[in-house]
Write a new protein. Structure first.
Length: 131
């Protein structure tokens, strides 16, 4: 991870000001509970991809919604983001609920480059309640 993944992640900070990867830290314990990303999508740089990976021990506690909402707000208010997208495996119902709770709408189901079927959701800036 240190020699391969971290250098790739750090490149986002250099290339795409304001976008990249964030550690998810639990407020009370200050423990690392996972990470979020908010970065230009590989297949369409006009779309900003939102994603996260959280430790199983913290699932269903609202962290995915809280972190995702914060990044969407940052994108729309500060970075000039016009469109946010997210993908998930269809079996990850909780992640799909998070996307829907945040206002993302189902766009399509397709075969991802990893040879897995995924669902894609999207949200345009003019559809999001920034208040």
């Amino acid at each position: 991870m240190q020699n391969k993944i971290l250098p790739q992640w750090l490149e986002y900070y250099k290339k795409y000001q304001g976008y990249g990867f964030w550690a998810a830290i639990e407020k009370l314990s200050h423990e690392f509970i996972g990470w979020f990303h908010f970065k230009p999508a590989l297949d369409n740089q006009d779309e900003i991809e939102l994603g996260y990976r959280l430790r199983k021990a913290v699932w269903s506690k609202g962290y995915a919604t809280e972190g995702s909402r914060a990044l969407i707000l940052k994108g729309f208010k500060e970075l000039g983001t016009q469109r946010v997208v997210a993908i998930a495996l269809p079996i990850h119902k909780a992640s799909i609920r998070v996307m829907e709770k945040l206002g993302l709408k189902f766009e399509k189901k397709y075969m991802h480059k990893t040879n897995q079927e995924v669902v894609k959701y999207s949200l345009d800036k003019d559809e999001f309640d920034i208040a």
